[in-house]
Write a protein that binds this ligand. Structure first.
Ligand code: PLP
Length: 390
């Protein structure tokens, strides 16, 4: 495994050594965080320390953090047709989601399907703020209120959305805004106050924490989201079920380190740019998606016309390089990426999309190895296509 090159950080970042060490340590400890005895109090202290670390990563109040089983559960919980505001029920008639949301959001959470509307994006995959404004104005004119869900950064293209502007627009029409910040944290600075989103959602495994842990962060302390899981009163009644103490501890450690990773992002961006340059050097016909927009420093979505992603991925894998096609969560699926299609990418080209996503541990040697393998895979597949056509 050691000489493999892992370039699929957006699917899941490698677990940090410090997180693994903490997990080993805490797995041997007994205690339910709701118990009053010493073991329970120790578990509670560990959960609360993690809550402070996760809150600090996004500049929020720890009281606003609810731990969940991941980004998906967080999103589905938040996308509810009724919240509370200042303790009073706040009903949403519509859910407006951008056309490039992750399926965890695009499916509409707890909204009925006919109450979910899609806001278009431009050719770079950036949401059309004019369309959002127009739709919210029309709803408000009819006495209807919306919840808006706009991701901070896209998992496939890395394109960063204008969430602060969208939040201003939403609030101007009496709407509320959730942002799926799963791919953004640890890669770009995320300050809940500056963003103006009412609620953010996060996932531990994208920042080198354990899989199966996430968080809902209420940035607006007037709002409350009704629990998805009901039962016991854990997490301040916001999410029933015994806390996953070990996973939460690991999330806390990863959150603290992810905040420091921001200093390494210039170097990450430089390596990503070298990967992009290597692709364009070997295949000048390649198309980089979202190139005209602000992107995460670690993500490259690119397609070489005629070079099917399915075939290329297998060739890369056999050569020891792990990368992805389209959406991370849909690997194994060969359908063209829905995100690229709504950006106006033709289906044939979308089927050729490769996603390369890296992190602070990606080395110059990894970049060089990718470049070498890409050149070979491109040459081999182009030759094979040529001989088939002949
Ligand atoms: N949102 C985005 C943007 C994602 O990329 C993902 C996972 O890939 C999720 C949500 C879902 O997170 P989780 O895997 O923790 O359920």
């Amino acid at each position: 495994m050691t000489d493999r090159v892992y370039l699929d950080w957006n699917a899941g970042a490698p677990m940090r050594a410090s997180v693994v060490a903490r997990l080993w340590d805490s797995l041997g400890r007994t205690g339910n965080a709701s118990s009053v005895h010493e073991e329970g109090r120790r578990a509670r202290a560990a959960v609360e320390a993690a809550r402070r670390s996760v809150a600090a990563l996004v500049g929020a109040n720890p009281r606003g953090v609810t731990f969940t089983s991941g980004g998906t559960e967080s999103a589905v919980t938040v996308l509810a047709p009724q919240w509370f505001h200042g303790g009073r029920p706040l009903a949403f008639d519509r859910l407006l989601v951008s056309a490039v949301e992750h399926p965890a959001v695009a499916r509409g959470g707890r909204f009925p399907a006919d109450a979910v509307e899609t806001v278009p994006v431009d050719r770079d995959g950036v949401v059309d703020l004019g369309a959002l404004d127009g739709r919210l104005a029309a709803l408000a004119a009819n006495g209807r209120r919306a919840l808006v869900s706009l991701m901070l950064a896209n998992n496939e293209t890395g394109v960063i959305q204008p969430v602060a502007e969208a939040a201003r627009i939403a609030h101007g029409h009496g709407a509320m805004l959730h942002t799926d910040a799963v791919q953004a944290v640890g890669r770009i600075p995320v300050d809940a106050g500056a963003l103006g989103a009412d609620v953010l959602t996060l996932s531990a495994h994208k920042i080198g924490g354990p899989q199966g842990v996430g968080a809902i962060v209420r940035a607006n302390d007037l709002v409350a989201v009704p629990p998805l899981l009901t039962g016991g009163g854990q997490e301040g009644q916001a999410r029933a079920g015994t806390e996953n103490t070990w996973g939460i501890e690991g999330f806390g450690v990863a959150a603290t380190e992810a905040a420091h990773d921001l200093k390494a992002m210039a170097a990450v961006a430089e390596r990503r740019d070298r990967i992009e340059a290597a692709v364009l050097d070997a295949a000048p016909e390649a198309v980089v998606f979202g190139a005209g927009a602000a992107r995460l420093p670690n993500t490259l979505a690119v397609a070489v016309p005629g070079l099917s992603a399915e075939t290329a991925l297998i060739a890369f894998d056999l050569a020891g390089v792990a990368l992805s096609s389209g959406s991370a969560c849909s690997s194994g699926k060969v359908a063209a990426s829905a995100v690229l299609l709504v950006m106006g990418v033709p289906t044939d080209l979308a089927r050729c999309a490769l996603r390369i996503s890296i992190g602070p541990a990606t080395t110059d040697a990894d970049v060089a190895r990718f470049a070498e393998v890409f050149k070979k895979v491109h040459a081999d597949l182009t030759k094979r296509r040529g001989s088939r056509a002949a």
